[in-house]
Design a protein around this ligand. Structure first.
Ligand SMILES: Cc1cc2nc3c(=O)[nH]c(=O)nc-3n(C[C@H](O)[C@H](O)[C@H](O)COP(=O)(O)OP(=O)(O)OC[C@H]3O[C@@H](n4cnc5c(N)ncnc54)[C@H](O)[C@@H]3O)c2cc1C
Length: 446
């Protein structure tokens, strides 16, 4: 079922009665399974008795994206092309500015359908395309369980304020998405770029090639395989094991979710088949916390800037700006994980080598960077730059929120400490009390 609340008209044009096809612009939801935009487009094509064709605008200029990110993206496009073909929908991968490429592809379209993204560049592309087209452009939200504007009409303070709102609604939205067969097939649609060899294509794109592949493979097939493995082996213990950096107890699905290779609906429905404390804890992260991040990015125009951190937190951090710092490191020392703190070094190296730092260590890693920076503004910039360069799931709503959380976002005041003021601090002794940190260091610092 596709709720009306997922669907929004992005311009005032009507459908073009003489059009040759319906066009699906795939941007945020790069998958076939549980893709509300795709299913909406299939139904629209059948209603209009037209074929459905798809386009993906592949820009080499996506903000902060390097070869690690592009490779993952292209692995997703390889799966997408195969998956859409099975549904009778040919895909064009058009190298260039997405708005220009989609506009070209839409020349003979009766209707253009797309998905929804929460980042500034994604929203700008949709606005620009809506203004450039002379035909109806409809967006169908498929990346959130509860559509962001339905969950709340304003920026929420914390998980405790959005949780009851999401809990009130999520039963309505946690429902399977029906699929329909496409009645009419397109006989001629230029495929654009070949994506069967993602590494070769990534190597010839004019992008930052200085960061190599991470350890995880992108794409819908790998996402569904990892989901199956997680549900079978890890879900039942998720609530007890996810925080321990020495074991792989979390889902490791964040990059698939980030690239739209996997729907949160697919994950939630698979988990709900196995009720228990593991499933409850997963839904808290996957729906409440993840969608709190969408809420922040959607409603706060400063979501990626230091100014987005709440006033109380900036005030207390700035009051402590002149406190002596325990250490200061050069960007190169930080990049290489060569500080005096073995736990921080291990976390940094885990991220650089694999493309994934453990969740608990992301918090500690950020708190230490705050201690070592000249001030909170510098800490914000350093955290974002490193996170978005190396994390396979970087440049996500969760990236911006995670970094700002270190500085107090979605949190409350705690006991006062030097440098932190009343923002929550974390210590190495706390890590040692909870986990076998020697094992963690051994795994990542050779
Ligand atoms: C400094 C800092 C930086 C971060 N950077 C990123 C980032 O770049 N990209 C990213 O996706 N997440 C980021 N996070 C949030 C969190 O660490 C990751 O989502 C999590 O580690 C992903 O691993 P997983 O898929 O195994 O999570 P699981 O524990 O299996 O959780 C399932 C899903 O729930 C969501 N989720 C989990 N934890 C959080 C959380 N704290 N807030 C919001 N959603 C959550 C994710 O989509 C995740 O895939 C950051 C957190 C901090 C403190």
């Amino acid at each position: 079922m596709i709720h009306d609340t997922r669907v929004s008209a992005l311009n005032r044009h009507s459908e073009h009665p003489g059009g040759d096809h319906v066009l699906l612009w795939v941007q945020a939801s790069v998958r076939v399974r549980d893709n509300h935009a795709l299913e909406y487009a299939v139904q629209a094509a059948n209603r209009l008795k037209l074929p459905l064709v798809a386009v993906f605008g592949l820009t080499p200029g996506y903000p902060e994206a390097n070869a690690r990110h592009y490779l993952y993206l292209l692995e997703g496009l390889r799966n997408l092309r195969a998956g859409l073909e099975k549904r009778g929908v040919p895909l064009r991968v058009a190298l260039g500015d997405p708005v220009t490429e989609v506009k070209k592809a839409a020349r003979a379209a009766a209707l253009v359908v797309t998905d929804l993204g929460y980042m500034r560049v994604q929203r700008q592309w949709r606005d620009d395309l809506a203004a450039a087209l002379k035909v109806s452009l409809v967006a169908v939200e498929s990346e959130a369980v509860v559509p962001v504007r339905v969950a709340s009409p304003k920026q929420e303070y914390a998980a405790r304020t959005i949780r009851p709102k999401i809990h009130r609604l999520w039963q309505d939205y946690l429902v399977p998405l029906d699929t329909h067969d496409l009645a009419h097939r397109a006989d001629d649609w230029d495929p654009g770029e070949a994506v069967d060899d993602p590494a070769a294509l990534a190597a010839r794109l004019p992008i930052d090639q200085s960061v190599g592949a991470g350890h995880e493979t992108g794409g819908e097939a790998a996402a569904l395989a990892r989901l199956e493995e997680f549900i079978a082996h890890d879900l039942a213990h998720y609530h007890e094991r996810r925080n321990d950096p020495t074991i792989d107890g979390s889902s490791r699905l964040s990059a698939y979710l980030h690239y739209g290779h996997l729907s949160p609906l697919t994950v939630a429905l698979a988990a709900l088949d196995h009720p228990g404390p593991g499933t409850d804890a997963l839904l808290e992260e996957l729906v409440v916390r993840r969608e709190l991040s969408f809420n922040f990015c959607w409603y706060n125009p400063d979501y990626d800037r230091y100014e987005g951190v709440p006033d109380w937190a900036r005030k207390t951090l700035e009051e402590h700006e002149d406190d002596p710092r325990p250490a200061h490191y050069t960007p190169e020392q930080l990049d290489r994980g060569e500080t005096e703190d073995p736990y921080w070094n291990a976390a940094q190296r885990q991220m650089v080598q694999t493309g994934r730092m453990h969740n608990y260590m992301r918090m500690y890693w950020g708190k230490k960077l705050l201690e070592w920076s000249a001030g909170p503004r510098e800490a914000h910039a350093t955290m974002l730059a490193l996170n978005n360069r190396y994390e396979q799931d970087g440049r996500d709503a969760n990236s911006f929120v995670g970094v700002s959380w270190v500085l107090g976002l979605h949190d409350r005041p705690w006991a006062r400490h030097p440098v932190f003021g009343t923002v929550r601090s974390m210590s190495a002794s706390g890590l040692r009390r909870k986990f076998d940190m020697e094992a963690y260091v051994k795994a990542w610092v050779k």
